[in-house]
Design a binder for this molecule. Structure first.
Ligand code: GDP
Length: 174
């Protein structure tokens, strides 16, 4: 198999309390990639490798604080994928994501993957955002969509592999 030297950069964006930290913690313990953690120096930055079709895809996840989630901060940086997280229990948090996604799609010229994550799918009775509405929004904004529960580790591996796949098979890349 090929020896991949590239480390892909993934920005994790979302309002406060949606589960960014919880999700990244689940990524670090995912069985899919064998729990490989390469960098320990910064708590907000975590590197994982995912084995996909016999090849490693190494990604560094960078959690972006809500107040720093301005397009000015990533317009000129080399980000390969944007992960937009909201909580299905809080309508305001998908509005936050919608604005940021809009900005990224409009102003970031480097080819990138965009994935919207509806977190807290376990909180069924507190749902404020319909899955169909979120899917519709994402298809209009050319983003992938997945619902997960970081708390129950539900569909978290699928998300991680999905990110790797989006980065690797981005037709605009390479
Ligand atoms: P962040 O501010 O985006 O980093 O959010 P955190 O990861 O700190 O999570 C905020 C709160 O939501 C914490 O109390 C988490 O335990 C809780 N939380 C995160 N993900 C889930 C989830 O999938 N389901 C439920 N029920 N709670 C969650």
């Amino acid at each position: 198999s090929k020896n991949t030297a590239a480390i892909f950069k993934v920005a994790v964006i979302g309002a406060s309390g949606v589960g960014k930290t919880s999700l990244l913690q689940q990524f670090m313990t995912s069985e899919y990639m064998g729990g490989v953690e390469i960098s320990f120096d910064d708590e907000s930055e975590r590197t994982v490798s995912v084995l996909l079709d016999g090849e490693d895809t190494t990604m560094t996840f960078n959690e972006i604080e809500p107040q720093a989630a301005s397009v000015q901060n990533y317009k000129t940086t080399d980000i390969d994928a944007f992960i937009f997280i909201y909580s299905i229990t809080d309508k305001k948090t998908i509005e936050f994501v919608e604005e940021r996604l809009h900005d990224v799609q409009r102003y970031v010229s480097k080819p990138h993957a965009a994935i919207v994550v509806g977190n807290k799918s376990d909180l069924v009775r507190k749902r404020q955002v319909k899955e169909d509405d979120a899917r519709q929004l994402c298809s209009e904004l050319h983003a992938k969509y997945i619902e997960v529960s970081a708390a129950l580790n539900h569909r978290v591996d699928e998300l991680l592999v999905g990110i790797a796949r989006q980065i690797r098979f981005n037709p605009q890349r390479a």
